[in-house]
Design a protein around this ligand. Structure first.
Ligand code: MN
Length: 196
């Protein structure tokens, strides 16, 4: 059984940028559903969830799409919750250095990320990813995970309507901009420190 991660803060921690109701429904309904579906598809978890995307050919052909979609759904939401926090926390250590090297400063990086997110069409995510010490900002549709492309995800924003519709209705741009008010780069900094 794959266990649903524990939300690292209270449901109301992201107010006013993301409401308590949105966090509650997003975590308890959407995120949980991906985990429940994954457990229905894989009766015995033969590998850590992070390894599923790279080993999808070990699962029965007829179930691969559903397994990949739901494993991606769990992993992408795990990262989404880690990318947020009660207070804004900036990148540190090697990640800060690399961001400064590539983008000049955090503000420029933030603007690039926001610009990329605004370009997303349909449902999906914008990710900050790394490979071989480099950083890139990418958009992926639906529940695709960067792990399928040999990229390590560090930070993301969920751009599915359920992530913002209760709070922002059709104003996705406002959600994307306000998201950075609660952005938390602790997880991203820790991972980048370890692997670069
Ligand atoms: Mn979501």
């Amino acid at each position: 059984m794959y266990k649903l991660m524990k939300l690292p803060y209270q449901y109301n921690a992201l107010k006013p940028d993301i409401s308590e109701k949105t966090v509650n429904i997003h975590y308890n309904k959407h995120h949980k559903k991906y985990n429940d579906n994954l457990n229905k598809l894989i009766k015995i978890d033969i590998m850590p969830i992070e390894e599923i995307p790279k080993n999808i050919d070990r699962f029965p052909m007829g179930k691969r799409n559903q397994i990949l979609f739901n494993a991606g759904g769990v992993l992408n939401h795990n990262l989404y919750w880690y990318s947020l926090g009660k207070e804004k926390i900036y990148p540190k250590g090697k990640l800060k250095e690399k961001i400064d090297e590539i983008y000049g400063n955090f503000e420029n990086f933030k603007n690039s990320f926001i610009e990329k997110a605004k370009m997303m069409t349909g449902s999906g995510y914008t990710f900050l990813v790394t490979r071989s010490g480099n950083l890139t900002i990418i958009n992926l549709p639906n529940q695709e995970t960067p792990l399928s492309y040999d990229l390590i995800p560090l930070f993301n924003i969920d751009l599915w309507e359920h992530a913002y519709y209760l709070d922002y209705q059709n104003d996705r741009d406002a959600y994307i901009e306000n998201f950075f008010g609660k952005a938390n780069f602790t997880y991203a900094s820790d991972i980048f420190e370890k692997i670069s």
